[in-house]
Design a protein around this ligand. Structure first.
Ligand code: NAP
Length: 642
């Protein structure tokens, strides 16, 4: 169907030009416009158009328009460019020469042939037949649980999902506070196999994200496999039978034990509220709650609000609450780093949405552009430089230079308020904690007459409000804990008992570890997604990480099926060597530096949350499980038959 020229013109006006240049190659089969003079140069605070002059941008638009119209007129789409040309295009749009090692990884992300590269294809006849015998239990129907279910369904493996909530969506179901939105660009923060051309914002709001995951679950027919309002209490490995017995509490309060060959725990890291133990907290006479338990329909109009914490959640809800509240006190212990993101609240222009949907390969290359510029390309900025002996508010010269630029951007927002400026500039290195996306809304909120940023520590809470260490009393009607989650207490909502009756939590003793974040010796056929050391700080989308983990887990199940195994269990040496490398590497990152304190470190001071390597490292490590890494136990009947 021919498209309206006005739509095309709007799309070209709104288009990301470096991406359009890539689409132009596909539409014409000609890459001659990829000249060194036009190669994008990105700067940290730039407009993302790679520094192209308005004339050059218009020239590309005109060429793209002619090419698109020629296709509409019946000219066939040229074949997908050669690998060499694609390589050249990658380097071009990234604005750097991408190391060769990344090419297969990024080719997969590009998926130019429209192939879902992570689609599980179990080719071996045994794997296919035995797949039918496997039963997998997935815990959690958030982003990772849904993803696991989709992949298992595609592999022909039976599964059940146990979900504590009444619907799918996990964190996007639970966090309904005003202002809640994703802080990763949506065109990246989405399943690689479920692109969405219609994201209304570059960083969409919670209802939009929730609708996306619910729609995806519906589309793949998952709901009939999910037991909602059901809580897992215990997962226990039965050594005699080589299966997991999972005890659940049903919505009617009854308990039931389910059996499964394998368990995939997809319970997330960030859903058990951390409520600090502040003296007098119970005496508060008003409403008090955590951000992840926001009361439905809460009206803050005319109320005095106390907000404890200035992390990612507070950063989003404080500006919203301040619009209606009579007064807001923001209790800050440590300021967050503000990462300039001018389009943080911007809608995606309709022309851009149109381009994503209709211009051939535009959507693929836009995702690729985000992928590169937001991921491994930025990790060096938070790396500890050997021999660095500058101020402790940085971990190296590159990190210090970044710091300087970011401080400058904060200072620009506070030309007349040196007191507030001093309080909002972090004294720890950039990358020490998760930074937040800034478009000026946070500082604007702090500057409001009805908002106070309070940096004196909290001494106690009284029925009437908060008393700070300087003795000041701050009256409040509502107390909001934006104090984060018990992230390092992995899988804390249920017991896991492995071989020899050993509890996983006793085994961890407060220091959760796993091989590739997924498997632990002594816990056969038990896998975690978003497990220990799989969180990413600056480089990339957690959905990408989950997609890699799920490919690996499904690969492990394929190994079980193909070799007719009862169990596979990671070898202690493999697990321990991996963790030694992880620990050493985390110490080389800003978040692992001694002066950095955050939820990335557990109570023992070890970085238990973060992946310290590149994304490409995780991608490579999770392509396929190496059977040599596991103790493989054949099924009993196979042994008996032999
Ligand atoms: P958070 O980043 O851990 O922030 C908790 C805040 O509470 C910090 O400012 C912390 O101060 C403060 N705090 C904790 N205990 C305190 C105490 N006893 N007294 C005073 N202050 C105290 O928690 P969050 O904001 O809920 O975010 C957690 C993670 O969830 C984020 O890092 C991010 O990964 C994710 N998240 C993402 C988004 C998004 O935009 N997509 C939104 C929300 C959350 P200190 O820094 O001094 O400890």
């Amino acid at each position: 169907m021919a498209h309206n020229e006005a739509d095309l013109d709007r799309a070209l006006a709104d288009a990301h030009i470096p991406t359009l240049m890539m689409a132009l190659v596909h539409m014409t089969g000609d890459a001659s416009h990829l000249t060194p003079e036009l190669r994008p140069v990105y700067d940290f605070f730039g407009d993302g158009q790679g520094g192209l002059s308005p004339e050059a941008q218009d020239d590309i638009r005109a060429k793209a328009k002619a090419a698109f119209q020629a296709l509409e007129g019946g000219k066939p789409l040229p074949p997908v460019p050669s690998r060499d040309t694609i390589r050249k295009m990658m380097d071009f749009i990234a604005g750097v020469d991408i190391p060769e090692r990344y090419v297969p990884f990024l080719m997969e992300e590009l998926a130019l042939a429209g192939v879902d590269a992570k689609l599980p294809v179990w080719e071996g006849p045994k794997a296919k037949a035995n797949a039918k015998r496997l039963k997998v239990l997935i815990i959690g129907a958030g982003m990772s649980g849904i993803l696991t279910a989709i992949r298992l369904q595609q592999a022909g493996v039976a599964f059940t999902i146990i979900e504590k909530n009444a619907d799918v969506g996990g964190t996007w179901l639970e966090n309904t506070y005003p202002g809640c939105r994703v802080d990763n660009p949506n065109h990246l923060y989405s399943f690689s196999f479920e692109p969405n051309h219609d994201w209304p914002y570059y960083f969409s709001t919670q209802p939009v994200l929730l609708a996306y995951f619910q729609r995806t679950a519906e589309k793949h027919g998952l709901k009939k496999h999910i037991r909602f309002d059901t809580q897992v209490q215990e997962a226990r490995f039965d050594e005699a039978k080589n299966l997991w017995r999972v005890t659940v509490r049903n919505p009617d309060g009854s308990t039931e034990t389910l059996e499964a060959d394998a368990v995939v725990s997809a319970v997330g890291q960030l859903n058990q509220p951390n409520i600090p133990d502040i003296p007098g907290a119970d005496s508060f006479s008003g409403q008090a709650f955590h951000t992840a338990r926001w009361p439905d329909g809460l009206d803050v109009t005319g109320k005095r609000i106390a907000c404890i914490g200035t992390g990612a959640s507070a950063f989003q809800f404080v500006p919203e609450v301040a619009k209606a509240a009579a007064h807001v006190d923001v209790y800050q212990r440590t300021p967050p780093w503000l990462g300039p993101t001018p389009n943080y609240h911007d809608p995606v222009p309709t022309g851009m949405q149109w381009a994503l949907e209709h211009i051939p390969f535009y959507e693929k290359w836009y995702r690729f552009y985000l992928f590169w510029t937001m991921t491994d390309g930025v990790l060096d900025g938070v790396r500890v430089e050997p021999g660095y002996n500058g101020p402790q508010n940085a971990v190296g010269e590159v990190n210090a230079a970044l710091r300087e630029m970011l401080v400058m951007k904060i200072a620009e927002q506070l030309p007349d308020d040196p007191g507030l400026l001093e309080n909002v500039v972090p004294q720890y290195p950039f990358g020490g904690k998760r930074s937040v996306r800034d478009n000026g809304v946070w500082i604007d909120a702090l500057k409001r007459d009805n908002v106070d940023l309070i940096t004196a520590g909290i001494d106690k809470i009284t029925p009437a409000g908060v008393v700070t260490a300087d003795g000041a009393e701050h009256p409040a009607d509502i107390l909001i804990y934006g104090t984060g989650f018990k992230a390092s207490q992995f899988l804390s909502t249920y017991k896991i008992i492995g071989r020899n009756g050993e509890s996983l939590h006793d085994h961890w003793a407060g220091d959760a570890r796993a091989y590739l974040g997924m498997t632990v010796p002594g816990f056969p056929n038990f896998f975690m997604i978003y497990g220990p050391n799989t969180n990413i700080v600056v480089n990339g989308s957690i959905i990408f990480f989950s997609e890699c983990s799920v490919r690996y887990i499904v690969g492990a199940l394929e190994l079980l099926a193909d070799q007719n195994l009862a169990t596979l269990e990671v070898k202690p040496t493999v697990h321990d060597d991996f963790n030694t490398r992880v620990d050493a590497a985390n110490l080389q990152m800003a978040w692992g530096a001694p002066q950095s304190h955050s939820w990335y470190k557990n109570a023992l001071g070890r970085v238990s949350q973060n992946w310290p390597f590149l994304l490409v490292d995780y991608w490579e490590a999770t392509l396929k499980p190496n059977p040599a890494d596991f103790v493989l136990t054949p099924r009993r009947e196979t042994v008996e038959a032999a």
